[in-house]
Design a protein around this ligand. Structure first.
Ligand SMILES: Cc1cc2nc3c(=O)[nH]c(=O)nc-3n(C[C@H](O)[C@H](O)[C@H](O)COP(=O)(O)OP(=O)(O)OC[C@H]3O[C@@H](n4cnc5c(N)ncnc54)[C@H](O)[C@@H]3O)c2cc1C
Length: 504
């Protein structure tokens, strides 16, 4: 029985992959420049630790690798700068010679990049330092730092921080789009932990951006940070483990058959609505390939003692299920929970087609409807049976406690996220068509009971076909556009989920 459950876990992806199909379309820059000649010209005088690479080389493969190959950008060259001066050089060259470039940190961006053609990857992987200042309770990281890189150093120094739910995206990439995760209830968004950044602006000038230095830009980059420059380091507030049960959390994982789903979802709606501040749940609807049926996979994390966790989770523990429990130190939560699915989920270069939404209202009936629609897809499209629907249910106390005017991130009343992840082989047009049809249908169904009057999605989870107001918030856009005009008037940072130069 337990063996069968673990087999079922293997198909569960509790940390989520993002990618896109259709997007807002910035103007494609006209390209007349021979990028190879330009970038290898000795006049460039790149720093000794800067690498310039081209297709066919390992350096180029590494500098352009992406988590999802769905609607990916295409590159003619990559520059992996070793200095901020060389980042500045790339920006100035792009402006002078009119070629597109894209900052690349963790490579996990979910935006549709299919309109980014034959450009330059500005690969930030060499900016990979981690500095922990225990006295100041801060951590400063470069854009080449992934979540997996900070867990042990922080924990071993006696600290923790709010993170996303997977180990593979870059810390800064997550933070500048908000950064949602299991500690939203206790600590807020990842962006709420930011204290300052260094940024090479569209003018090529290095700026320190904080509450007291460029405060308008400080507001903008905490929610729309990919639009105003290249962030070369970020300093975050970190929290002593002693404030949080020594950093230990209680994990409760289990799998339920489809016939138990409504009963279970009703328990969640009734007992965890609102979600207790210390609790976070990730529920996955997917396919059990052993028994050829759909199923519900769950991972609950309680930040506190096992005794308190068992009290809080009592309504779930009363279910007739085989539970897997553990007490996990903070630095092991992501790698161990969900049957260790993080390792599987973080494999790059796969086609992942996603549709996501914010959620404010908990609705067992609505979630059940999504489960049934997904089951229909999984039954009809056997080659898409790695696909799944994920509900991330997070408390929002600390997130909602930050005034909305504080940051550009617009969805502080959010209480969870709905994610559809369609996985199939490249070239499988039948399953691709099914994914497109069911993806839209599921998203519309879910939007109706999300609690928002329009289908909203925050920028890190947006796929690119959403209305810009539903990504950045209609109330934030006039100021974001004004700041775009001020700090990037030539629209150099124009891909992904671009902020327009004017709004409305
Ligand atoms: C498996 C997976 C799990 C995820 N889990 C979460 C989660 O739990 N919570 C959450 O909030 N989000 C999550 N996301 C979404 C993720 O936060 C965003 O996709 C984020 O943009 C990824 O950043 P990156 O640096 O890894 O990707 P990249 O593709 O390198 O960058 C994404 C975008 O940000 C820009 N960018 C990146 N770094 C910089 C920089 N230093 N300066 C300027 N621009 C920059 C890039 O130009 C690009 O437009 C997840 C995504 C995946 C694929």
């Amino acid at each position: 029985m337990i063996k069968a459950m673990f087999k079922a876990w293997a198909s569960a992806l509790l940390c989520v992959s993002l990618s896109v199909e259709v997007a807002a379309s910035p103007t494609i820059r006209e390209r007349t420049t021979d990028l190879r000649a330009l970038l290898t010209d000795p006049a460039r005088q790149w720093a000794a630790n800067t690498t310039v690479s081209f297709p066919g080389s390992t350096n180029f493969e590494n500098a352009t690798e992406r988590y999802s190959i769905f609607n990916q950008p295409t590159y003619t060259a990559a520059v992996s700068p070793g200095t901020e001066g060389d980042i500045s050089k790339v920006i100035n060259l792009a402006k002078s010679y009119n070629f597109p470039f894209l900052a690349r940190a963790g490579g996990h961006g979910g935006a549709n990049m299919s309109d980014f053609e034959s450009g330059v990857s500005l690969d930030l992987s060499k900016f990979n330092s981690i500095v922990i200042n225990s006295a100041a309770q801060t951590m400063t990281v470069g854009p080449g730092v992934h979540y997996r890189d900070i867990f042990d150093p922080l924990y071993n120094a006696g600290f923790y921080i709010q993170t996303g739910s997977c180990s593979c995206p870059s810390v800064i990439g997550v933070a500048i789009g908000g950064g949602v995760g299991r500690l939203m209830g206790k600590l807020g968004l990842t962006t709420d932990a930011l204290q300052s950044v260094r940024l090479v602006g569209a003018d090529g000038v290095v700026k320190t951006v904080s509450a007291t230095s460029y405060p308008d830009l400080w507001w903008a980059i905490r929610g729309a940070g990919a639009n105003y420059g290249v962030i070369t380091s970020a300093t975050f507030k970190i929290q002593p483990l002693s404030n949080n049960n020594g950093g230990n959390a209680f994990m409760l994982d289990f799998v339920l058959p489809a016939e138990k789903s409504l009963e279970y979802l009703n328990i969640i709606e009734k007992s965890f609505n609102p979600m207790p501040v210390n609790l976070a749940g990730i529920i996955v609807f997917n396919w059990n390939s052993t028994h050829n049926v759909s199923q519900v996979v769950s991972d609950w994390i309680f930040f506190g003692t096992e005794a308190d966790a068992r009290k809080t989770l009592a309504p779930i523990l009363a279910l007739n299920a085989t539970f897997i429990t553990a007490t996990l130190p903070w630095n092991r939560i992501i790698s161990v929970s969900g049957g260790g699915s993080d390792a599987l989920n973080c494999v790059p270069n796969k086609l992942r087609n996603t549709f996501n939404l914010n959620l404010k209202t908990y609705s067992a009936a609505g979630w059940q409807q999504s489960f049934e629609t997904l089951t229909d897809f999984l039954q009809k499209y056997p080659n898409g049976r790695g696909s799944q629907v994920i509900l991330e249910l997070f408390a929002n106390n600390a997130t909602a406690a930050v005034p909305s005017s504080e940051t550009s991130w617009p969805w502080r009343d959010v209480r969870g996220f709905f994610q559809e992840l369609f996985v199939y082989d490249t070239g499988d047009s039948v399953t691709a068509q099914g994914a497109a049809t069911y993806g839209s249908q599921l998203r519309s169904q879910f939007a109706a009971y999300s609690g928002y009057s329009t289908p909203t999605v925050f920028v890190n989870y947006a796929r690119g076909d959403e209305r810009i107001e539903d990504v950045y918030g209609a109330d934030k856009l006039p100021r974001l556009a004004q700041l775009k005009q001020k700090y990037d008037p030539n629209n150099l940072f124009a891909y992904g989920h671009p902020i327009p130069l004017s709004y409305p």
